[in-house]
Write a protein that binds this ligand. Structure first.
Ligand code: GLC
Length: 427
């Protein structure tokens, strides 16, 4: 648990939003980098950023209806473009056809819908004139890198970075979560790679300022110094995340289709039931899910994203009891199932629907009542005689201590069926 922010692990599900000048490009948020564009070439998106369909209340409503409890929006991504009215740069939404501070509308809308408010802030900045060209910079292959770097001064950039974070944390009231991205220590002996991290950002001072300005904020772990949680990206950990052998707070960030920014031609959308299994799998290992959407250049949510969120919401309306405030159980689930537990309630998520019976090792004598969560219908419990041999019409006994639950033949028509078990007081 994060001592100063217990809400975080209660919440379990949040919405990540990647939105900026890469949205009109519609081919991944790293487009400037992948296509090695200069600031000048990329500026066409600045000139044509016209989000006439942006309605932060719609985003907020979609998130709330999906069961999400917090949101994190890219205030600035690696391209350096700022969604807010920063006093420290002209490269900001008010100077595009959008003509206003887009971040403020997001903050207000999320708060109005009861969601916690988070900002993503990129430590990298491919627009800032003092950010040196390194091995991950769009201009890495330019013939005149040395010339480009001649006047650049990372100390000045650092000042800008700290100044911008100060703005973000002083201009919008309480901010619940700050997601820094990212540090890249130099794995390459060739000095040109020029990894940047803790030293370049002055991570200690930066984090100290964040804590001072917003004492209850949650900060992630990408400053190359420890934060409040760890943030596995686009993979599902095999078990609880550990640091020095101890379980830590974690949150997996995941995309709907492999891209964070709007990516028109990428149709590799994860089916809703897979997204829900990912959420459940994470909670069963003590983690949150920060699920991303990439709104279009016009500012609305892509219908494919809206459908995914609606599908998650449909499931959450019936099953959120197994998610909010729930976490791992010490009990070991049967194959194709995940356990989550909250107090004396144990939730059995059945990723595959067995015929008639599910056998739960170690739960014999420990369950007082059981029901299907989707409709609150009672489930019959039994324990078999371990010595019973299988005959033509009688199944063999289960190992001692096994609880057997009788299931309907018809699988409930929900993305992931859940059994809710009330454990007896162990006293
Ligand atoms: C990566 C990518 C980035 C994305 C982020 C989300 O670090 O650079 O595009 O914003 O992951 O966690």
């Amino acid at each position: 648990m994060i001592e100063h922010a217990p809400w975080f692990e209660e919440a379990r599900l949040g919405m990540f939003v990647h939105w900026g000048l890469y949205a009109p490009a519609a081919r991944h948020e790293w487009v400037m980098n992948r296509e090695e564009m200069t600031v000048e070439e990329y500026s066409r998106f600045f000139r044509h950023f016209e989000p006439d369909l942006y309605d932060a209340r719609e985003w907020a409503r979609a998130a709330r209806e999906a069961g999400m409890k917090y949101a994190v929006l890219t205030a600035k991504h690696h391209d350096g473009f700022c969604l807010w009215d920063s006093a420290l740069t002209d490269y900001k939404a008010p100077n595009t056809p959008a003509g206003r501070d887009l971040l403020r509308e997001y903050v207000n809308a999320m708060r109005d819908e009861g969601l916690r408010v988070g900002f993503y802030y990129s430590l990298l900045d491919w627009h800032h004139p003092d950010f040196t060209v390194d091995g991950v910079h769009p201009q890495r292959n330019a013939s005149n890198v040395e010339e480009l770097n001649a006047g650049r001064d990372m100390a000045r950039y650092r000042e800008y970075l700290h100044g911008q974070v100060r703005e973000l944390l002083t201009s919008y009231g309480q901010i619940d979560y700050l997601f820094f991205d990212f540090s890249y220590a130099d794995p390459n002996p060739h000095s040109f790679w020029g990894g940047k991290g803790r030293k370049e950002w002055d991570s200690e001072a930066l984090l100290a300022m964040v804590r001072e300005l917003q004492p209850s904020i949650v900060v992630n772990d990408r400053l190359e110094i420890p934060g409040d949680l760890v943030t596995p990206e686009q993979y599902q950990p095999a078990g609880p995340m550990l640091v020095d052998g101890k379980p830590v707070t974690w949150e997996a960030c995941q995309t709907l289709n492999g891209s964070w920014g709007y990516d028109r031609d990428n149709t590799n959308f994860k089916p809703v039931d897979l997204l829900i299994r990912m959420l459940v799998d994470g909670v069963s290992k003590g983690g949150n899910l920060l699920l991303n959407v990439g709104p279009t250049g016009r500012g609305n949510l892509d219908p494919r994203a809206t459908d995914s969120l609606a599908g998650i919401g449909k499931w959450m309306r019936l099953h959120s009891r197994s998610i909010y405030g729930a976490g791992p159980s010490d009990l070991v689930p049967p194959p194709d199932a995940r356990y989550t537990q909250r107090g004396n309630r144990l939730y059995v998520h059945l990723f595959a629907w067995p015929f008639e019976f599910v056998h739960l090792p170690g739960l014999g004598g420990k369950v007082e009542y059981a029901q299907l969560l989707n409709d609150g219908s009672e489930l019959m419990l039994k324990e078999s005689n371990p010595d019973q041999e299988a005959t033509t019409i009688v199944p063999g006994g289960q190992p001692a201590g096994t609880l057997t639950i009788k299931l309907p033949v018809q699988r409930p028509d929900v993305a992931v069926p859940v059994l809710e078990l009330f454990l007896k007081d162990q006293a």
